[in-house]
Design a protein. Sequence first.
Lengths: 302, 301
Amino acid sequence: MEKPFILHMLTTAKNLSPFDVNMAMDAGWISAVPYINVEPSEVRGLVQDAIFSRSPKGLLRTAIFIGGRETKQAMDMLKMAKNSMVPPFEVSVFADPSGAFTTAAGMVAAVEKELADKFDTTLAGKNVLALGGTGPVGQAAAVIAAQAGANVRIIGRQLDRAERTAELCSEEFGDGKITIAAGADTDKAEYMQTADVVFATGAAGIELLSAELIAKAPQLKVAADVNAVPPSGIAGVDAFDNGKPIAGSISGAVGIGALAIGNIKYQAQSRLLKRMLESDQPLFLHFEHAFEVAREFIKSTN
Amino acid sequence: MPKRSILHMFDPMPNNSPFDINMALDAGFDVLMPYSNVKLENIHNLTQDIIFSRSPSGVKKTAIFIGGRDMGMAIDMLQACKPAMVPPFQVSVFADPSGAYTTAAALVACVEKALREHHGKELKGCKALVFGGTGPVGIATGVIASLQGADTVLIDHLSVDSANDAVKQYNRRFSSQMTGGVARSDDEKAALIADADIVFCTAKAGIRVLNAAVLAHAKQLKVAGDVNAVPPPGIEGVGVNDFAVPLVHATQSVNAVGVGALAIGNVKYQLQHELLKLMLETETPLFLDFREAFSKARTLV
């Protein structure tokens, strides 16, 4: 008999996200086991416990999911998990803290699609503003867009925090191969003069971009908002919008709302969970892989 | 519809061990339910909650697993389950904190087999050192070896007081006759190993406990067993897959052999698997600790 699929689900929070549990079960994992309040220092012990009770063949049907809330912490835990493997005793690991990696991937992939469909162009060389970009989704989206060739600026209410986040994204998540800039929220009118793309990834219920700034932006093409709770993060962009022209935009910009992004996010997370089930070698998955499968999904719907 | 089998997994720690989770599912339990941060005083109520929601035939498909890291706590919890049963409402209970009971049982059974086959001797009367002796695997190993009649020394790497505390507590509890020792340096290890017949290495993973220079001091070493599977091995020269392979660095000892972590792990794995399966198959409830584990391990090697 084949061994049942087991997903060990680690979180630094006091509970798993039920969203992730549903996703794991629906992707085909037979047993999803929670490990809560996990300290990053405990990752090595847990991983080595998980790898030594199955044969290498059985370990192909075993994997680890890393949740939590924080991007850097999740990436550190992923690295630590990878370094704790003792080949051939190794399992796949997938980090998606608060679903931020797959949400960011869904958003950037949706933006890329609109750029291609409506403006016949790509992310390369575009000016991207990540509003409310210091949080987990903003960080991952900034890195993914920068890796696709965009000039990304993370905008925060506090400039020093935005600067620290931008540096973390460039150096740590981008391996020093990308350069992400920072800016203060009070200067956003100026940045909107040259922005091609806007990501709104702030806290739910806060308007990050007004109708007035949208209307006047001379070269804005796509504005994406991950917030599903009214009011919208971007004025005039509804949660259901999926490439709908934004009323009043002089540049003919289109909007992408939370539900359209959510659909791609769902597909990306599900595909990565399934990839771990099907792979004949261990995979270490994070936002880059989420973007890969989000693009794959969009391609499959064209 | 037939009832699904359920394993309720009690753990005094914040989380269960992923090792045990894999093992329990692979042994055939349909549903695993983790209970974390469980305290000894919770055991009675949790157990009665488990036995009273299924018919006597349903409780046969229900069992309890006790994990954690503390050797004594697991025994206390196992004991606390027993009076909570109300026959015919009763379930099997298996304690194996950190896998320590099955690891120790497998280690001693493997070493015993090598001792018999390569030296024609029994554990009784042999001098056995347990390095990493104050950890859960070390204590269980020490108790099993001592109950088999070996002159057993539990060795701590920092303090003889820690070793003596453990010895006192567990000798009283299990009627064993261990003594305590300390090995803070290679010199202290060399002095201890000089007249040892058996070495059990149960220290933390990835730590070299006995190097070649220390092993060269052993004058009558017969078998050395190492449970550390993460490089470097705890005992220099013992490969993880070795089963009774000559210990080349024990230059003064004749025919000394080593048993490596994966060879022991293989027996431990089968043992834990069999004990979990036993709970699914048994007609009468079982209470399994390291003593039952050792009896079963002897039949496996």
